[in-house]
Design a protein around this ligand. Structure first.
Ligand code: CTP
Length: 396
């Protein structure tokens, strides 16, 4: 099942690096082609020669190796694999990843890749428990990075506790899970996300507080189930999801066009907070003229993308999911909205002040469908995304 797959294996500088030699062997036995990268510190624990011999591949170590750049640039190297594995992932490497540093080959590849990344941490117990490491892990999990381990046990430093890297066969199982075709393989899902910006003049615009977090998490959860995802996003705060086709837009009308261009799709999830109105924008900056006269903005209504796609006679996705941001009577309003727009499901959330949902990391949703209203307990936006993606997989 893994035969013919390609992985980029980044080996960090820790005593557990010796296990990565066995990991290469185990992956190679299964027909996986491993391209190894060693950090400077890793070279203190394992030699490039043994890594090259086991992987039967050139070993990459230095960002500024001009021969390598001529042969295969670091961008290409970061994307040529189906999966990137970091084993062992030291506290330092996790910190670099979470902080977005790119000051050596390993960290640069991790920044440049558009593939999924599986991390097998290994470090001293106290380093693992340190709030900085725990913060970094939470950040990376939020970014969609996959984790395997840690294991608990005796450690090389003489302490006992969580800190040991997962065994090579455990990592192989995680690689299998990461590369396995999910239930949405072969399905194209369209996701809209983030706010839109509606210009008033060349320097001003009208926006809303959507961060794009929920739409991004949904795209990631769909990718994890094997879907091919087109992600149409307004100017959102959060990083774009990995492994999707990203289409960046600014305005609602641009989003509408991008959505139309991306069809056909098996399912469409409209998580974007689209502006209902656009301004008839001035061609040059509106100036104060000193008379105290206030500018008058003229609005026109934007196309309702969700309603338009839901009501397509030809080429309607089999499943259309809308969102409803409500501040009161959530269920009643969302039920009416589902009818009015003609979508299959509405994911309703209460965005009233004090819930911390808009722009926050948690969500409290009610999913309305033909079958009625399902109240989901308050959970992280990532968990909502995973539950929704699983429900979509069931429905398709
Ligand atoms: N939506 C859309 N295109 C628009 C406006 C909204 O696709 N021009 C989608 C959103 O992505 C979301 C759903 O419609 O999935 C609900 O949007 P919302 O703004 O909550 O509803 P409205 O139709 O604006 O209703 P109201 O303002 O009365 O709450």
């Amino acid at each position: 099942m893994l035969a013919g797959r390609k992985v980029l294996l980044i080996i960090g500088g820790g005593i557990a690096a010796y296990k990565s030699l066995d990991l290469i062997r185990r992956l190679a036995e299964r027909g996986v082609r491993v391209t190894p990268v060693l950090t400077k510190a890793a070279e203190e624990f394992v030699t490039p020669l043994s890594v090259a011999a086991l992987s039967r591949s050139k070993v990459y170590t230095d960002l500024f190796d001009l021969t390598d750049e001529a042969e295969m640039g670091h961008i290409e190297l970061s994307r040529a694999a189906d999966l990137v594995i970091v084993a062992p992932a030291t506290a330092d490497l996790l910190g670099k990843m979470a902080g977005g540093l790119a000051n050596d080959l390993a960290s640069t590849l991790l920044m440049a890749t558009d593939k999924r990344v599986l991390v097998a941490p290994a470090m001293n117990v106290r380093m693992w428990d340190h709030p900085a490491t725990q913060r970094n892990i939470a950040t990376l999990q939020g970014d969609g990075i996959l984790f395997v381990g840690l294991n608990e046990g005796d450690m090389a430093c003489g302490e006992y506790g969580p800190g040991r890297m997962s065994e090579p066969l455990e990592i192989v199982a995680a690689v299998e899970a990461a590369l396995t075709d999910g239930p949405l393989k072969g399905k194209h899902v369209l996701v809209t996300s983030g706010p839109t910006h509606e210009p008033i003049d060349p320097v001003r615009y009208i926006a809303n507080r959507s961060s794009g977090a929920q739409g991004t998490a949904i795209a990631e959860a769909l990718v994890a189930l094997g879907a091919s995802v087109t992600f149409v996003t307004g100017p959102a705060d959060v990083a774009r999801p990995a492994g999707v086709k990203v289409v960046e837009v600014q305005t609602a009308e641009q989003m509408y066009k991008a959505v139309t261009d991306a069809l056909p799709a098996d399912a469409a999830v409209f998580a974007a907070a689209v502006a209902d109105w656009r301004v008839d924008a001035a061609g040059s900056k509106i100036k104060k003229d000193g008379s105290g006269k206030l500018p008058e903005l003229k609005f026109s209504e934007n196309t309702d993308i969700l309603a338009t796609v839901s009501q397509l006679k030809k080429g309607r996705p089999k499943l259309v999911v809308g969102f409803a941001a409500e501040t009161d009577d959530v269920e009643a309003h969302a039920t009416a909205k589902r009818k009015r727009k003609g979508c299959d499901w509405i994911v309703a959330n209460d965005v009233s002040a004090g819930t911390g949902i808009m722009g926050g990391s948690e969500n409290d949703v009610t999913v309305i469908s033909d079958a009625g209203a399902e109240n989901w307990p308050r959970m992280s936006k990532r968990q909502v995304a995973q539950k929704l993606a699983a429900k979509i997989a069931e429905a398709l």
